[in-house]
Design a protein around this ligand. Structure first.
Ligand code: NDP
Length: 681
């Protein structure tokens, strides 16, 4: 008998007392492993995540969490051969495995990098700027995102055991939530291997990742208001989860990614000789055959202008005829097996339902491997292309979760959009067109019904990641039938796991709460210019109020000539006088900013290493010749960079004139050495 998979629960590997259910190799039918969660204490798992994993994770800053994700991604990269070897047993070809294993590791890398670059080196994320809530400026408000003291449960589908786990783990981990992963039974041996590699690495704090191999037991019964469940799978199971009392009334947040009848639309501008025609055909065949069509993003509906249907079917059939189906261990095989014989039965049933309104134009509904495959024990199936009769309903209702697509025809852009919308909400659609008007009309028509829309043409095809690939930086999810959930999307995916709270307070206390200096809060002044202070010495609120400088007409003329910016408002007195906003010559905004720098900079070599930009620059009052300006520079935020001997300092800059009116406001961004003098190299 093969190995019984273990769960990683409450800090140890748990083995069920019974023999479990067999999990079979998709291509050969041999037993790969057995699975059971009988006797597993799921309450203890949830408790362990809450009491051990969560606090350990939330004691780390976003940058520290990002560094752990990066280390984890490297660790898994070095061990992916072991995962590849198991992936093949799920029926996956090496191309499919790359999507799952390499795609999952790539998602970890992407989140590690985004977390380090786009989140603060803190445990709280600020959203937008402060809102002044009273005339006197003593009462302000600001949105912030805080970590929840809960657990992120993921219940995954069978199709991408590694990617499905890592794409949910990475944003939850950054958000400060420990994860409990429940992989789908069929391919759980691959998810278990990946979790084993992660646990053995000891990179993640204990309790931040646990594995439930087998049935979920009473897992959902243990969840409460700070917990979330991210589910991928069938609409049927999603319905069961939606009706769970803890979801209905208990405040558990449920994210669903379920059935999706994605479509690809051939633009009405495309003829058989256009490069877009081939791109369209290639895209459909790729989506039908990668992972044997067992992809939530696969193209189920192929929408083409009625006069093009014959040409499209012919081209698709010619390409599909070249797809070799069989055991994925054979390098000549382009499409492997479905995950199980049971799953193939489900797909065949769906095809029968589709045949009520569509005819098969390529493939044999009972067909199996075309080369090298055990027809009896392997879950092989030939790709199937159907062509729907006009007005057919089934293609918009039935999801054959395998290598099956249906061609439908449309007459005009409006009908194309209507047909796409009949899927009642999908994860992704693609539009293949080179016509700007077609692109705009179709994309805006599709947008309310889709989480992602790919516009493919000759210009982006070379770099396009394709219809079916969810990307870590873009939203993955879709409205309506697709589940209404949203995953990934870069930092949006992290914030979705956190609580947004509007905090109202005085500027001083808001500064204390957020760690970021707020206009109106106290400023710290001393004899030491803040540019002489290292990162270790600087404090939020440290301020320099500069001397003043009177701007002359010569300054403005010199700047115009020197830079070549001879715009009339700075150089032509008569024309400038007619300008309704200025009524005469004014200084360049950039001159004001440059003079301000001249006023606040401390010139000698010191801990300030570089200025890497300004944010939110606004010119609020024009500066005329004879005006006298000064600048106040205040440390707004200090962000040490992990692994570097410097960090970022964001300074609040306010330029005022002789009447104390605000001329310009902006944030100056600098890099400052952690210590000064710098430690010898
Ligand atoms: P399921 O919905 O049956 O299973 C998905 C996950 O939910 C599995 O981990 C499963 O565990 C778990 N699960 C099942 N019942 C419960 C429950 N009552 N409480 C908690 N968890 C539960 O989908 P399958 O993976 O079996 O796929 C079936 C169909 O779903 C496919 O044919 C396809 O139509 C659709 N599907 C859609 C996907 C999409 O993203 N659009 C992705 C995958 C599937 P276990 O395996 O242990 O039963």
């Amino acid at each position: 008998m093969s190995t019984l998979l273990e769960s990683y629960a409450a800090g140890r590997w748990f083995r069920a007392a019974d023999d479990g259910e067999p999990l079979l190799d998709a291509a050969t039918g041999e037993e790969v492993a057995r699975i059971s969660s009988r006797g597993l204490d799921v309450a203890a798992m949830v408790g362990h995540a809450r009491r051990t994993g969560g606090p350990a994770l939330r004691s780390l800053t976003f940058h520290e969490r990002a560094a752990l994700l990066k280390a984890l991604a490297k660790h898994l990269s070095e061990r992916k051969e072991e995962l590849y070897a198991l992936s093949v047993r799920t029926g996956a070809t090496s191309r499919d495995t790359a999507v799952d294993v390499d795609g999952g590791i790539g998602t970890l890398f992407s989140y590690a990098s985004r977390g380090a670059r786009e989140l603060p080196n803190d445990t709280v994320v600020l959203d937008g700027g402060p809102e002044r809530l009273g005339k006197g400026g003593t009462f302000v408000g600001r949105h912030l995102y805080a970590s929840r003291p809960g657990v992120a449960v993921q219940i995954n589908a069978f199709n991408f055991p590694v990617w499905g786990m890592l794409e949910k783990l990475a944003p939850a981990f950054l958000a400060g939530l420990p994860t409990i992963v429940k992989p789908a039974g069929q391919a759980a041996y691959l998810a278990e291997r990946a979790v084993r590699q992660i646990i053995e690495s000891r990179i993640l704090p204990e309790g931040t990742l646990q594995l439930l191999a087998g049935g979920p037991g009473g897992l959902l019964d243990e969840l409460t208001v700070q917990d979330s469940v991210a589910f991928t799978g069938s609409a049927h199971t999603a319905g069961i989860l939606r009706r769970h009392p803890n979801v209905l009334d208990g405040g558990v947040v449920l994210g669903v990614e379920a059935d999706s009848l994605n479509c690809s639309i051939l633009g009405p501008d495309v003829g058989p000789d256009d490069p877009e025609f081939d791109l369209f055909v290639k895209g459909v065949v790729t989506e039908m055959t990668v992972k044997a069509g067992q992809k939530c993003t696969a193209i189920r509906r192929v929408l083409v202008p009625a006069p093009m249907a014959g040409a499209v079917v012919e081209a698709l059939a010619a390409r599909l005829a070249k797809v070799t189906v069989g055991d994925p261990r054979n390098p000549q095989v382009r499409m492997g097996a479905l995950v199980s014989l049971g799953q193939r039965d489900e797909v065949r049933k769906a095809v029968e339902a589709l045949r009520a309104s569509a005819e098969v134009v390529f493939g044999a509904p009972g067909g199996t491997a075309s080369i090298d495959g055990d027809a009896e024990r392997g879950a092989f199936m030939s790709p199937l292309l159907l062509r729907a009769r006009p007005g057919a309903g089934e293609p918009h209702e039935v999801e054959p979760f395998g290598p099956v697509s249906t061609v439908l025809t449309y007459d005009g852009i409006e009908e194309a959009v209507d047909l796409a919308a009949r899927g009642r909400g999908s994860l992704v659609a693609s539009v293949v067109t080179h016509d700007p008007q077609v692109a705009r009309s179709i994309v805006l028509g599709l947008a309310p019904w889709h989480g992602r829309v790919l516009v493919l043409d000759r210009d982006d095809a070379g770099e396009s990641t394709g219809h079916g690939s969810p990307l870590p930086v873009l939203v993955h999810g879709g409205p309506g039938r697709a589940g209404g959930g949203e995953e990934l999307g870069g930092i949006r995916g992290v914030l979705r796991h956190m609580q947004c709270t509007a905090v109202q307070a005085s500027p001083d206390l808001l500064t204390a709460v957020t760690g970021q200096w707020t206009t109106g809060a106290g400023r710290l002044t001393s004899d030491v210019h803040p540019f002489r202070k290292s990162l270790a010495e600087l404090r939020v609120g440290d301020t320099i109020a500069s001397g003043t400088r009177t701007v002359t007409l010569e300054d403005i003329g010199h700047f115009a000539e020197f830079t070549g910016d001879v715009f009339y408002a700075h150089t032509d007195a008569e024309a400038a006088a007619r300008n309704p906003l200025f009524g005469g010559i004014v200084a360049h905004g950039y001159l004001v900013v440059s003079l301000a720098a001249g006023l606040f900079v401390d010139p000698a070599p010191g801990p300030v290493l570089a200025n890497f930009g300004v944010d939110a620059l606004r010119f609020l009052t024009p500066v005329k010749a004879g005006d006298t300006i000064g600048v106040t520079l205040t440390v707004k935020q200090i962000t040490p960079r992990g692994g570097a001997d410097y960090g970022e300092v964001r300074w609040d800059a306010v330029v005022t004139n002789q009447e104390d009116r605000t001329v310009a406001t902006y944030d100056v961004l600098t890099l400052v050495a952690k210590t000064w003098p710098a430690a010898p190299q």
